[in-house]
Design a protein around this ligand. Structure first.
Ligand code: TUI
Length: 315
């Protein structure tokens, strides 16, 4: 059995968080992951606070176990979302795409456990100082909004820099990823792409099919010119976006307008031509649709075997 201080601090059985994926991570998936012993996460994405309140209450109908909410800090609704989190007494909050300090001033004294996603050592140190319960060091192998560093380079540096437990994210989809993360000093993992293909995940079936068909080199990072790089699967949308970024006659506003609503198009409408199919580099490792509980059990059984056998290489 694998049990770490992340399990104790968060109140979960397996040290695994489900990624807070915008337009994907809603209460059905979150409750399934929490019921399976991980930490299910509802994405507040860029929706108003009342959307989140409904999702939180629906999640509580489906599970008595701890769950989390992910706040995308670039969202214009982040301030009201932060209030809803306080009012609904959400047990755990993860944050992404920005610095959560201003909200942590209210969340931390209220007993809410805050676990920010960090792309660098400096940001990890900062949020640890501000009262984070743990941090998620996310490498650029992950899907969606990405930083510069790989998981392999980022995780050990963050582990050395902070006193709180570190979860690794980016490029983890099986037990090998968990075992490797532990060797880098992480005490837990966050997984997004594999949970996209959980049976309970409500994302459009076309999206799941694309993940299941992906090859190793099928992702690309768009949006670097705009200052918010996003990893997604190569498709006509990503190609056009990339061409626009190279074209100096096109303004940033025009590119933003082209990208607006593109994740929703893919995740909700199933538009695989004009939508942004955000996914991590590990998509090709996702082989089948499975219940969340099976994904978690399988990943940890494999990690346990690998970690137990690792000593055989030492003479
Ligand atoms: O947030 C994510 N992944 C996301 S958010 C998202 S929604 C979106 N849609 C369209 C365009 C952009 C975003 C899709 N995927 N992951 C966590 C994460 N956080 N990765 C990197 C960071 C991060 C980056 C900078 C965290 C803090 C940070 O602080 C620096 C600063 O100056 O804000």
């Amino acid at each position: 059995m694998i049990h770490t201080d992340v399990c104790d601090r968060i109140g979960i059985e397996y040290p695994i968080f489900q990624g807070g994926m915008a337009w994907v991570s809603e209460h059905v998936l979150a409750a399934a992951v929490s019921n399976a012993g991980g930490l299910g996460i509802i994405s507040a994405m860029n929706a108003p606070g009342e959307y989140l309140r409904k999702e939180i209450r629906a999640c509580r109908e489906m599970t008595d176990r701890p769950f989390g909410v992910n706040v995308m800090l670039m969202s214009p609704h982040a301030p009201e979302v932060a209030k809803v989190i306080l009012e609904e007494k959400v047990p755990v909050v993860t944050t992404g795409a920005g610095l959560p300090g201003v909200y942590m001033k209210e969340w931390v004294p209220a007993g809410i456990k805050v676990v920010p996603v960090v792309p660098s050592v400096a940001i990890a140190k900062r949020v640890a100082r501000e009262g984070a319960t743990a941090v998620i060091a996310e490498g650029c192998e992950s899907g969606g909004h990405v930083g510069e560093l790989t998981t392999m380079a980022l995780v050990p540096q963050v582990v050395d820099a902070v006193d709180v437990p570190v979860l690794a994210a980016g490029g983890i989809a099986d037990g090998r990823g968990i075992a490797a993360s532990f060797m880098l000093g992480a005490r837990g993992v966050q997984v997004g792409t594999r949970f996209l293909c959980a049976t309970e995940c409500q994302v459009h079936p076309n999206y799941k099919k694309k993940i299941l068909a992906a090859r190793d080199i099928d992702t690309v990072v768009t949006g670097k010119r705009l200052g918010h790089p996003v990893r997604c699967l190569k498709n006509p949308f990503a190609r056009s976006f990339g061409q626009m970024e190279y074209d100096s006659t096109i303004t940033n506003e025009e590119i933003e307008a082209f990208g607006a609503g593109s994740l929703r198009k893919a995740a909700v409408e199933g538009d695989m031509e004009n939508g942004s199919i955000m996914a991590g580099q590990i998509a090709a490792l996702v082989k089948e649709e499975q219940p969340a509980a099976q994904i978690i059990r399988e990943m940890f059984a494999q990690a346990e075997t690998l970690l137990a056998e690792a000593a055989k290489w030492v003479r």
